[in-house]
Ligand binder design. Structure first.
Ligand SMILES: CC(C)(COP(=O)(O)OP(=O)(O)OC[C@H]1O[C@@H](n2cnc3c(N)ncnc32)[C@H](O)[C@@H]1OP(=O)(O)O)[C@@H](O)C(=O)NCCC(=O)NCCS
Length: 200
């Protein structure tokens, strides 16, 4: 018998978009990983479109990705991992992580990707970041979140800045890819940062 998931226990007859979820944004929910997410994770983590925005360099075997997923499914002291699902049709479209949590300083790094390129530019990424940050600040009691972004990743920088993340530092010539060195910018947001106009 395949393992049962939250969907098996959902109230019958209720539209997916109207159900209540623990971590819900306007367009996405963040849920725990399940074993049957492995094939999508494996496909995304070997997709050059995704990989060029992440530090991963080498092809990842299905076995390795499954082992990563097994670890991600267990709560650990200094990291938390989430599957990103569309609220409307409950499809799994990406992954998000909060990691290197320092509970004393109340800081953490985070990262995410929308793995299905067909889901890019439709508001899911921005809503995922907004939802993840709200959860980190309001439920995990973190005070500051930060993310590393390659200087050439204009889309990510645009989305993060629109959500109130500010460039805090730059690691110059820190990453070698496609035959040249690239800067890595650090964007961060404090829980108590004043919201910018139009930002919730
Ligand atoms: C970054 C990412 C999460 C954004 O998700 P998304 O669903 O495409 O984002 P949204 O639809 O919410 O917003 C896209 C915005 O970027 C803008 N945009 C798109 N391409 C752009 C580009 N090349 N340069 C600048 N802005 C761009 C869009 O116009 C839109 O802005 P608007 O809302 O002001 O109109 C997604 O593209 C992704 O997963 N990328 C790969 C992983 C990654 O980069 N992760 C972050 C670093 S770890």
């Amino acid at each position: 018998m395949s393992p049962r998931t939250e969907r098996d226990f959902a109230e019958p007859g209720r539209e997916p978009s109207r159900r209540r979820f623990m971590i819900a944004g306007e367009h996405v929910i963040l849920r725990a990983f399940e074993r049957d997410d492995a094939e999508r994770c494996y496909r995304w983590i070997n997709d050059p479109n995704i990989i060029r925005t992440l530090k991963t360099r080498y092809p990842i075997a299905f076995q390795n990705e499954s082992e990563w997923l097994d670890r991600a499914m267990r709560a650990s002291h200094d990291e938390r991992h989430f599957a990103i699902e569309r609220r409307d049709d409950r499809t799994h479209i990406g992954n998000a992580s909060i990691h290197d949590i320092d509970w004393v300083s109340q800081t953490a790094w985070f990262g995410l990707f929308i793995g299905e390129p067909s889901a890019w530019n439709r508001g899911f990424g921005g809503d995922s970041i907004r939802t993840l940050a709200r959860f980190a600040f309001d439920e995990m009691n973190l005070g500051k979140l930060r993310i590393n972004v390659f200087d050439y990743n204009d889309r990510a920088k645009h989305v993060l800045e629109a959500l109130g993340f500010v460039q805090e530092g730059c690691l110059r010539r820190d990453f070698y890819r496609e035959g040249s060195y690239h800067d890595i910018v650090i964007l961060s947001k404090f829980r108590d940062a004043a919201p910018r106009q139009g930002e919730s």
